[in-house]
Design a binder for this molecule. Structure first.
Ligand code: HDE
Length: 717
């Protein structure tokens, strides 16, 4: 049989026509792998027909296509005899299994991801030539959210920073915005990254605690590094325990340089603004969730997308003039432990991202995606931020171990949608079958190609930035600017910008974490830093630790608070919120139906909680039983009429009390009110809605949900 007889194989004539230097498009997906799809804003998937199931075709085969007659029993010398070495299928099956795991990410190991589409508003055109930011240009994206410290199997709701990494498959190549949900970082220079991570990861002797910053080595590092105080305070705030990935801001952290068509440069900071607002769990909820549903955030993201409640963010930039000093209002733009308050430089919206498709295979996509802080497209460049500079090296380097060689950009999820015509060759897992004989430049054999692109072809051109920007001779040094030494004024700014309830949460978080430390020196050292940040903060934590509050050793100016840093006091859409509804056989199914319809119509999801499993009287499925429901799943709770027989059930009491304690809205009608009495909750308390009909109850709840919680219920709000 010759090649020409095989359907779909290129004829030798076709093959010969292909120029060795013809740009190679994205490699076609293998039949069992769907790569990043070309999507439209409406969410349609261009190659949906390639969606495949795990098994295809009629016959089970070996890896090389030989049909098998058995996969459950190995080949043996007789029924009771030893297994034969010649059993190829046994060896292939076990060998492949033995090598199924790859090293988890050295940081950000635990993550969840989704596909989406980004649409440019065109509002950034005056500052950048990046094509994907032009008006109405649609760009497919893939976003991976993560925690930093925990292993791949750790819980989602631990107190930690969250990664927010976005790959834009632009027409000009991939741009990766590898950010976090916290706009400042622990350290100012990348050379310290191994130190901070060694301190944050579990102790090397017993490998505990998992996914926690509440331990000695972490606070040893933080208390020995005043530059880490800003990030530590953000982590101790409610930002460290988000309600959902969908309700987090994202930040590029560093300052980046944008270049417009005329070659003019600006400095910018990137922000992602979630449509649903910024919301957190309360600490007790986060702790319960870690046990009840360690996959809480992962599930929430996947469920929302599956239900069509697509999460949305607007991309924004703060723009600063690219002056030689690279300072703005006294803030050093190259210092990644500092923010520029939005009140000083507004966040200007430049595009919108919608996440509209779940990955079809966790390993192929979420695990194998490789982000790189140095993947820029024309119009966006790095600055000299010493943290960013180290990242430019690290993100390629780490994939060599994690993804097993230098060809990780050929893995479907990493392939650009722009044509590739590189001269990189060979190596482990090389997927491309390169043609030609001259992968070097210049050459006179493969047509002298490829050629260099110029400005007209929109090549990536590094801006001619003077180093140092202020000119003059450059001296090799391991020092940094004096402005990097101010480690406290912005931490105080953050603290002073919080509402009383947020401040109380911060005190509780420091108290929890430091009480988990054994070393008294560490607690005392950290208390001294807190005293320098704010005496009220310090005395609150000192009291919880049972230690004296030290006096400040430095004097800080009173900062102008930045209200944009607070998560309380604004109103947000409540799409996708979960409403728990306690029902019982005595409830009217007609009324429950009315309530469910009202909840669905408002874009939220009802979860019916019945005494036992099975369907309710009219065939409506009850999603939870008293035994399986826990308050952490809900944003608000309703207790229906007809539940009086179960009003004092311990699980119902627990639900009501937890929702009350966690400042969630609670609604009751009819004898549902008895559950309040049994739980010791006053119907006149803030955020309790009592009405005579289910729709009126829901109307009352709908007025409360946009604030996320009933803040006035919490003592000091
Ligand atoms: Fe990362 N970081 N990082 N990082 N980072 C990684 O890359 C590193 C930093 C961030 O979902 C690693 O592929 C160094 C800042 C996210 O796949 C590694 C330094 C910010 C993710 C790495 C930093 C981040 C990573 C591990 C200091 C916010 C997850 C696996 C110089 C702006 C990406 C990998 C994903 C992952 C190194 C600092 C965000 C080892 C050396 C600052 C969201 O390359």
């Amino acid at each position: 049989m010759t090649d020409q007889n095989i359907p779909g194989a290129p004829s030798s004539e076709e093959a010969a026509l292909e120029e060795p230097t013809t740009p190679r498009g994205p490699l076609p997906p293998k039949p069992d792998q769907t790569g990043p799809d070309v999507r439209t804003a409406s969410g349609a998937v261009a190659n949906e027909d390639q969606a495949v199931n795990a098994q295809q075709g009629e016959w089970l085969t070996t890896a090389v296509g030989v049909r098998l007659r058995e996969t459950d029993k190995s080949l043996k010398a007789g029924r009771r005899g030893p297994t034969l070495m010649q059993d190829h299928h046994l060896r292939e099956k076990i060998t492949h299994f033995d090598h199924e795991r790859i090293p988890e990410r050295v940081v950000h190991a635990r993550g969840a991801a989704a596909h989406g589409v980004f649409v440019g508003y065109g509002t950034a055109e005056s500052v950048t030539s990046a094509h994907f930011l032009k008006k109405d240009v649609e760009t497919p994206t893939f976003v991976r959210f993560s925690t930093v410290l925990g292993s791949r199997g750790s819980a989602d709701t631990v107190r930690d920073t969250r990664g927010f990494a976005t790959k834009f498959y632009t027409a000009e190549g991939n741009f990766d915005l590898v950010g976090n949900n916290i706009p400042v970082f622990f350290i100012q220079d990348g050379i310290k990254f191994p130190d901070v991570i060694h301190a944050g990861k579990p102790h090397p002797d017993r490998e505990i605690p998992q996914a926690q910053s509440a331990h000695d080595t972490f606070w040893d590092f933080v208390s020995l590094h005043t530059e880490a105080q800003a990030h530590a305070m953000w982590n101790m705030s409610d930002r460290g325990i988000p309600r959902s990935f969908r309700m987090m801001e994202g930040f590029g952290v560093h300052t980046f340089r944008l270049v417009n068509e005329a070659g003019e440069t600006s400095l910018v900071k990137f922000h992602w603004k979630p449509k649903l607002g910024i919301h957190a769990q309360v600490w007790e909820e986060a702790q319960i969730t870690a046990g009840m549903d360690p996959d809480f955030h992962r599930r929430d993201l996947a469920d929302a997308i599956e239900a069509g409640a697509y999460p949305e963010w607007e991309l924004g930039i703060q723009v600063f003039p690219d002056t030689p000093e690279q300072m703005f209002e006294g803030i050093d733009l190259l210092d990644p432990t500092k923010i520029v308050p939005e009140e000083l430089a507004p966040v200007q919206r430049i595009g919108k991202m919608v996440l509209n498709r779940n990955p079809s295979n966790y390993f192929a996509e979420t695990e194998q995606v490789a982000f790189h802080a140095g993947h820029f497209v024309p119009g966006i460049e790095a600055t000299d931020d010493a943290l960013l500079q180290a990242r430019l090296f690290s993100y390629v380097d780490t994939q060599l171990t994690r993804l097993g060689g230098p060809n990780f950009n050929e893995i479907p999820i990493n392939r650009p949608h722009a044509p590739v015509n590189d001269m990189l060759r060979d190596g482990f897992h090389q997927d491309a079958v390169h043609r030609g004989v001259a992968p070097y430049h210049p050459n006179s054999l493969d047509g002298g190609c490829p050629f260099f692109a110029g400005n007209e072809q929109h090549a990536f051109v590094d801006s001619p930035v003077t180093i140092p920007p202020t000119g003059g001779p450059v001296q090799k040094t391991r020092e940094q600017e004096a402005s990097f030494d101010d480690h406290f004024s912005q931490v105080r700014l953050f603290w002073k910008s919080m509402t009383p309830v947020e401040q109380e949460h911060i005190i509780e978080a420091y108290s929890f974490e430091l009480n988990k430390c054994y070393e008294q020196n560490i607690k005392a050292r950290q208390l001294q830093h807190l005293a320098n940040i704010d005496p009220v903060l310090c005395s609150g934590v000192a009291e919880a630790l049972g230690l004296p509050a030290p006096d400040p050793t430095i004097e800080l100016p009173e900062p102008e608070p930045s209200p944009a840093l607070s998560m309380v006091g604004q109103s947000w859409p409540s799409d996708g919120r979960m409403i728990g509804v306690v029902v019982a056989p005595g409830s009217s199914m007609e009324e429950i139906g009315e309530l469910r319809t009202a909840i669905f119509e408002a874009g939220m999801t009802p979860l019916l909680i019945a005494p036992t499993g099975g369907v309710l009287a009219d065939g409506t499925p009850g999603q939870r039983t008293f035994a399986t429901a826990r308050s952490v799943e809900f944003d608000a709770l309703v207790v229906a009429d007809g539940t009086s027989e179960h009003a004092a059930h311990p699980q119902v009491t627990l639900l009501v009390q937890e929702c009350f304690r966690h400042a969630k809205a609670i609604g009751v009608w009819g004898d549902g009110a008895e559950a309040l009495t049994a739980a010791g909750v006053e119907p006149s308390a803030p955020g309790i809605v009592t009405a005579d009909a289910p729709t009126a109850v829901f109307e009352g709840l709908s007025g409360l949900l946009p604030q996320h919680r009933v803040w006035e219920r919490l003592a000091s709000a």
